[in-house]
Design a protein around this ligand. Structure first.
Ligand code: RB5
Length: 157
């Protein structure tokens, strides 16, 4: 397992600390980009910090935690090459790796408890992309590649 990167806003800070303990127990190395307290911060700033680390190639996989996971995933998905999935069930955490090759896992401290969060993390980190039939489509769901998809399939939206 390669080293991963993790970040949260204030609303995800406590769960991030729990997830870090879990990663240590699993022997998964990580870099924590903050935030480092429950003081209010803007979640897009932390989403952006983490996505830039993946875009640079320093990391392949990241975890973002906010109150719901939704804001983090919205912000993360504006970054080219990022496929962020906001999930709160293990089926989706596994499926988004297998089918979407998601590279950022998002969830919310106000939505999932620590026990479920650990299961989401494990499902996400220890599931491989299936490739195959998904390989044609997966690049097209990342920001920056959508236009090519529209051109090729003349989809109007
Ligand atoms: C912070 O209050 C909250 O809005 C944020 O953590 C997140 O849930 C946004 O989607």
């Amino acid at each position: 397992m390669k080293k991963i990167v993790i970040a949260s806003d204030h609303a995800g800070f406590s769960l991030k600390e729990e997830v870090k303990k879990h990663l240590n127990e699993k022997g998964v190395e990580f870099e924590d980009l903050g935030t480092n307290s429950k003081d209010s911060v803007d979640y897009p700033v932390f989403a952006s910090k983490l996505c830039k680390k993946i875009q640079s190639g320093e990391y392949e996989t990241g975890i973002l935690i906010c109150g719901t996971g939704i804001g983090m995933s919205m912000a993360a998905n504006k970054h080219k090459g990022i496929r962020a999935a906001c999930v709160s069930d293990t089926f989706s955490a596994r499926a988004t790796r297998m089918h979407n090759n998601a590279n950022v896992l998002c969830f919310g401290e106000r939505v999932v408890g620590a026990g479920l969060a650990f299961e989401l993390v494990d499902a996400f980190l220890f599931t491989d992309y299936e490739g195959g039939r998904h390989q044609r489509i997966t690049p097209c769901v990342a920001w920056g590649n959508t236009y090519r998809f529209v051109q090729e399939y003349t989809i109007v939206f």
